[in-house]
Design a protein around this ligand. Sequence first.
Ligand code: SAM
Length: 299
Amino acid sequence: MEPPRPRVFPHPPLDGYALLDSGHGEKLERVGPWVLRRPDPQAMWSPGRSAAEWDAADLIFERTSDRGGDWRARGGVRVPASWELPEGDARFVIRPTPFKHIGLFPEQASNWAWTAERLEAHRAATGQDERPALLNLFAYTGAATVLATQAGAFVTHVDSSRPALRWARENADRSGLHPDAVRWIEDDVPRFIARERRRGKRYAGILLDPPPYGRGARNEKWEFESDIAGLIESCRDVLHDGPTFVVLSCYAVGTSPLAFLNLLSELGDGELEAGELALPEEDGTRWLPAGLCGRWWRA
Ligand SMILES: C[S@@+](CC[C@H](N)C(=O)[O-])C[C@H]1O[C@@H](n2cnc3c(N)ncnc32)[C@H](O)[C@@H]1O
């Protein structure tokens, strides 16, 4: 039997974001009008650009402990606390946080594009005029929610964090979505799915981007390795019988794309692929690994 081949998913160019360089445990990125320099443990190699180019970053994340740190603006540069990043018709609020995140994971661009393709395939196959129902689980600041809504889906957006939900609504609002265009849910994902299952709800697609460890809205414990199999099983029960799709991604989890293939195969007959999300450097020389990803779909 031929072994399956994990792949690196393609990364479509983004309007306002580029990875300029990586190396020595850091990455250098252009995020809208600003150049940011922040830690990235995967970047174990030597940087391609000069020390002077790295030192010219507008905003630099400096670690103060294992978990946190501070952003420091280069001398004389005034970087606002937040700004807008355009992507197609969407507008995302970028806000550097003490956890080195900025409120957007640009490596998900491959999944944004693929989701739009699957939604189109769903419409073509079903011939339905109504918006396909899409579930976005662990949805964070809602980039996928906004883009999928603009691509024609009716998204149910689920996250346990109130600040993340507020941020997602802000992104939806800046992107010109009607307040009722999205179903916003503040809940623990496993608890929510169990409820949808009991109610007999069905979805055309499901996006899952869980963290390795997390907490539900009532402090329920989430641990990827022990909880993901049960969650995938629940997802199977809330999928339509017709054309459907599921995307699973996760960063910093100690598993492999093969494990993702095996997990997703439990969704039933369908196509499968798994591999890595990655960010290409602007000059096209290297790709910075940015997490695992698996996709399952049924035409
Ligand atoms: C890694 S982020 C997702 C990134 C995002 N999908 C993206 O690519 O832009 C993980 C999110 O999961 C949420 N979360 C963690 N545990 C959860 C749980 N048990 N139920 C619901 N949301 C949870 C966190 O609040 C956080 O917003």
